[in-house]
Structures are given as C-alpha cells and as structure tokens.
Design a protein around this ligand. Structure first.
Ligand code: PMV
Length: 324
C-alpha cells in the first residue's frame, strides 16, 4: 500500500496581527515544531482519520457524506481538506489520514492550518499531481476559510514556504526574508486563545470607530515595513523598539491580556530588546527579542510571572515530503 508522509511546520506571528486581516502586511516565521501527515489510498470509498493528539482515534465517513452533516470540530479541517482536494481533482478514492503533532494544539502554533497544508501536499504526492506552492496555498487557504470563515492566510503561507516571510493581501504578496540571527524567546501564557472571537472583537471595534482603527492598522503596517528592513540590517535594537510599538497598538485594540502584559514586562525588565504578544491575543504566546547574553535572564523572568517558555526554533523549513 502506497503511503506518503509529509510534515508541515507550525508558525509564530512576529508582527502585524489583526492588521493583516484588513489588507496590511505582516511578518510570520515558521517554527520547528511540526505536524506529520501520513496519507494512503483505501480500497473502500471512505475517509478515515486518526489524530490521537486531538483525541480522535478512528473517525470514519463514507465518501458521499464527506463535508456534510455534523462534523466534529477536530475533524473539520482534515475532512474539508480531503474533500476539497478530491473534488478539485475529480478523484473518488477512499483516503486514510493519520496526523501526529510534535506540539500541543493549545500553543497557538497553527496546528489546524499546518494539518491542512500537510494533507493537501500529501494527497498531491499520493496521486502524483503537480501543484505549485501558490496552488497549494490557494487550496489550503480556501479550506481554512471554508471551516473558519475568517483569517488572513498567513499561517497557511508559513506552513508552505517556511522560513520567515512578509505576507500581505490574502497571499498576493509572499516574500521570503533572510532572518538569520533573529533570536526569539517564546512564552506561553497557559491560556488557549480563541482566534475567531478575537477577530470578531476587533471587527466590532472597527464598526464603532472605523477611522481610529484604520489609523491603528496603518501605523502597524508602517512598523511592519520598518521591521522588515531592521531584520535585513540585523538591527535588533531598532527591531525591539518596533515590536514594543506594535504591542502598544495591540493594547489599544484591546487584544492583550494581563497575563501577556506581565510576561512582556518581565521580558523587558530582563533586558529583551522588545516584546509583544504573538497571534490573536487574549492568550497563547508572547515573544521577546533577545540576545545570547540576556536569553537566560529573560527566560527566568518570564517563568517567575507564571509563563511557560517554549523551546522552539524559528525559521524552520516549510512543508516537505518525509518519505517517497
Ligand atoms: O491566533 P493565531 O496565532 O492564529 O493568529 C491570528 C492572527 C490574526 O491576524 C488575528 C488572524 C489572521 O488570520 O491573520
């Protein structure tokens, strides 16, 4: 039985969250915590899913029922990815998918989008269908939108391209950056963020105070552009300042939390160049830009205020086939 194994990286939003949903640019980096997807063709016309990390041992559905009826939240992304791929390529073969994650789904590293990217890549390999990175992006992003309705697609791009990227306009601009030397400490707040709820809260702010929020987004966009330059110049002091300004705007948008703020302040107190929340806010992770000299101290101070430092490297490779 032909089996394909691929892996896709998780992601960390570096700068530009929320504004990116409204057409502004963001910077995102892939992390070396990966989701593995194993795909195989079945003899019978059904879809099977095994995803033990999310407590899904043996989920089954007949092909004609795919993406119909009540679908458990956990299975939704995988099922829709398989459905979209089979429909687009007019294939009616049964498929089994196994997913294994090297990180907790609670961290906000984008396990759903990495799973979708992994599935689309694995199926195209399984059926020998050539897909460009852009085609892979389009199908995977469409799948995420089908399930979640909202989202900029930055996480899908990170899963596909890997490294550190400048991303804008639903993937119309995806630029890979050289970001070696970018040294981040990641602190988990212990709280799982609800991305869609946070996007909705910003949307209601936008409805009540459009010009003010648009202005914030424009300012964030300027910071992102400057940060892109600072990364290429390895100007970490400047980059840290830009991160701090970005965090201030995120607080103005009301998406930070006391816990995140404590962790961010602790990192700053320990000498980080800059620190901010990463992602939707309300929970998940914060990031601090550190040097080799203050890394340990930053870690200790984050832990002292109850944060959990996550050992992950950034700039990880994008989706790749692990066997052939
Ligand atoms: O919750 P996360 O880490 O997936 O980040 C969401 C970032 C947003 O800009 C708020 C949403 C998006 O899709 O860009």
């Amino acid at each position: 039985m032909k089996q394909i194994t691929v892996s896709a990286p998780g992601k960390l939003m570096f700068m530009g969250e929320h504004a990116v949903v409204y057409g502004r640019p963001c910077l995102v980096t892939a992390v070396d915590q990966r989701i593995k997807v194993i795909a195989e063709i079945l003899d019978k016309p059904q879809f099977e899913l095994e995803a033990q990390d999310i407590g899904m041992n043996r989920y089954q559905k007949s092909l004609p029922d795919l993406a119909k009826g009540e679908v458990s939240k956990e299975a939704k992304f995988a099922e829709k990815a398989v459905y979209n791929f089979l429909t687009k390529n007019k294939i009616s073969k049964g498929i089994k998918i196994i997913t294994k994650s090297s990180f907790s789904v609670n961290l906000g590293f984008g396990s759903s989008s990495a799973t979708v990217v992994g599935i689309v890549k694995a199926l195209s390999e399984l059926f020998n269908i050539k897909v460009s990175q852009k085609e892979l992006f389009d199908l995977a992003y469409q799948t995420v939108l089908d399930v979640q309705r909202k989202g900029s697609g930055f996480d899908v791009a990170a899963g596909i391209y890997g490294g550190t990227i400048y991303f804008q306009n639903a993937g119309k601009i995806i630029e890979s950056l050289t970001a070696d030397g970018l040294n981040l400490t990641i602190g988990y707040s212990g709280v799982k963020a609800d991305t869609v709820a946070m996007i909705n809260s910003v949307e209601s702010k936008m409805k009540n105070y459009k010009s003010g929020v648009e202005k914030i987004f424009d300012n964030i966009a300027k910071l992102v552009l400057e940060a892109k330059r600072a990364i290429s110049e390895k100007d970490w002091e400047r980059l840290g300042i830009l991160m701090d300004y970005n965090q201030n705007y995120l607080e103005d948008l009301g998406v930070s939390s006391d816990k995140l703020n404590h962790m961010i302040n602790a990192a700053k107190k320990a000498g980080a160049y800059g620190a901010k929340l990463s992602g939707a806010g309300g929970g998940d992770c914060m990031i601090a830009l550190v040097s080799n000299e203050n890394k340990l101290k930053v870690r200790e101070e984050i832990e002292k205020v109850g944060g959990q430092v996550v050992d992950a490297n950034i700039n990880a490779p994008g989706v790749r086939v692990e066997n052939l």
